[in-house]
Design a protein around this ligand. Structure first.
Ligand SMILES: Nc1ncnc2c1ncn2[C@@H]1O[C@H](COP(=O)(O)OP(=O)(O)OP(=O)(O)O)[C@@H](O)[C@H]1O
Ligand SMILES: [Mg+2]
Length: 454
């Protein structure tokens, strides 16, 4: 049952309203002044505030403004004499839901209240929905609702609280860096620094001096003492990306840091204690590297205290539509364009593709399609060509297992559209020439152009 707070200084009108609205099935409370209303609102919840605009103490508009932030779900309806409609309109501009002129028309009153309640119900449903979506489909900037991703969110939350070393593994572009950041920013170290370094991008000696720092004169060019990244991350987290690419001697040095929790500057002798949480990531097959003796087993076990594996996108295809939607929104907003949507065929294509470059490849494809595309729909032809052959292969594969007339037709039409478009392009936009090259009549061509909106 919806609850209405009525504020009206005229006792007859007040008692009349209380009764009428009660008869309509609402729970009503009536007061004569703004102050009394504020007092009641401190501890009680109402769906609707129905108030006279002119009250003896504070007016209806300031009453609304005082409750706006604390009672954001409540809708305010003001009642006003015909002579002060202007004030009522002003009040609506400030966010009051509706005004009603006195003498009140009861039908209008009932309809307005009903509408206001419906809207606030929709609104609160929306807020609830948004909260749920946010909770289950995303973690920080990580998007995905597949079972594995939900498990990864839970794991991030848990491991963030511990100090243990984390090893994040997965193919290139699956989101290892995002996960590393999410762990740091959800950990008690969040207000300290997260230092990120890609171990593959630097030659060995440089990597060493970057990580551990150096003393003045440690090597040519070391004109002054410099702190290493481990020191810069003091109290925080260091993210060692592409750890599978470091040399054997670096492996030994890193192992020492993990064991002793101290570093030594290049050219220095003093040990410097460091309090740093280590997160490492790699897309390498470390088990193979272990077998081949290319990666130290003891280092592997030191790093792999908490393993997190992010599966490739092709193994969690139910994340694809959500990711596409997310990247569309992101790119359109960045480019100040109205939000586009993706056509069914284009989405089909994305779902049938294996995404060897994983989420990064998908992100690039969507970005490209938006930049290259026209209109407000992403059509298949705006997607990278690599998607087609792959999708066709998968299509052929699936064809033997289940034959679905609808998907046959879709594929045919899709292929036909592509061929027509290609022929028209090659003919420099000349449609009769394109028809001739395709050995179809101009009439058929015209028909297909209309059909496929070419
Ligand atoms: N689940 C996801 N939600 C949103 N964006 C994602 C997701 N996964 C990856 N991305 C985006 O894809 C791109 C690649 O992700 P990231 O750099 O974390 O991959 P990676 O696993 O570290 O790859 P590499 O091994 O090549 O370094 C980034 O732009 C990232 O924002
Ligand atoms: Mg990375």
């Amino acid at each position: 049952m919806a609850r209405i707070l009525i504020v009206e200084d005229d006792p007859n009108t007040l008692s009349g309203l209380i009764e009428i609205l009660r008869d309509e099935g609402y729970e009503t409370v009536g007061v004569k002044t703004g102050k009394e209303a504020l007092k009641i609102l401190e501890n009680d919840y109402f769906d609707i505030l129905l108030t006279d605009l002119r009250l003896p103490d504070i007016n209806g508009l300031s009453l609304y403004e005082k409750t706006r932030t604390t009672r954001s779900g409540m809708k305010t309806i003001v009642m006003t004499a015909y002579s002060s409609v202007k004030d009522a309109v002003e009040a609506m501009k400030k966010g009051v839901y509706e005004y009603l002129t006195k003498p009140l028309n009861l039908d209008e009153l009932f309809i307005t209240i009903k509408k206001a309640i419906q809207e606030s119900e929709i609104l609160s449903e929306n807020i609830e929905l948004k909260k749920q979506i946010k909770k289950s489909y995303a973690f920080e900037n990580i998007i995905g609702k597949s079972k594995v991703m939900l498990e990864i969110y839970r794991k991030i939350e848990k491991v963030a609280q511990s100090q243990s070393t984390v090893l994040i593994r997965g193919e290139s572009g699956v989101g290892k860096e995002l996960v590393a950041r999410a762990i740091h920013y959800n950990s008690p170290r969040a207000n300290k620094t997260l230092v990120e370094i890609s171990c593959a991008s630097l030659p060995e000696t440089l990597l060493e001096s970057e990580l551990f720092g150096y003393e003045k004169g440690a090597f040519t060019g070391a004109v002054s003492r410099k702190k290493g990244r481990f020191e810069l991350a003091e109290g925080g987290t260091i993210f060692l990306d592409e750890i599978g690419d470091i040399s054997e001697s670096m492996q030994t040095k890193l192992l020492r840091v993990l064991q002793e929790k101290e570093i030594t500057h290049l050219g220095g002798t003093r040990s410097i204690p460091v309090d740093v949480r280590v997160i490492a990531a790699t897309n390498r097959d470390l088990e193979l590297a272990l077998q081949q003796g290319k990666f130290r087993e003891d280092l592997f076990f030191r790093l792999n205290v908490i393993p997190i594996f992010i599966p490739p996108l092709r193994e969690r295809k139910d994340d694809i539509p959500l990711l596409i939607e997310y990247f569309i929104k992101k790119t359109c907003e960045e480019n100040n364009r109205p939000i586009m949507r993706i056509s069914e065929e284009a989405l089909d294509l994305c779902m049938n593709y294996d995404w060897p470059g994983n989420v990064r490849e998908l992100e690039n494809a969507v970005e490209n399609a938006i930049v290259l595309g026209e209109g407000d729909i992403i059509l298949p032809e705006f997607l990278p060509l690599t998607l087609y052959s792959e999708a066709d292969r998968n299509f052929m594969k699936n064809m033997n297992s289940h034959i679905d007339e609808d998907s046959y037709r879709k594929r045919m039409e899709f292929a036909e559209r592509m061929i027509l478009k290609d022929a028209i392009d090659k003919a420099g936009g000349n449609k009769s020439l394109a028809a001739k090259n395709l050995k179809i009549s101009l009439r058929t061509m015209r028909y297909k152009i209309r059909k496929y909106n070419l």
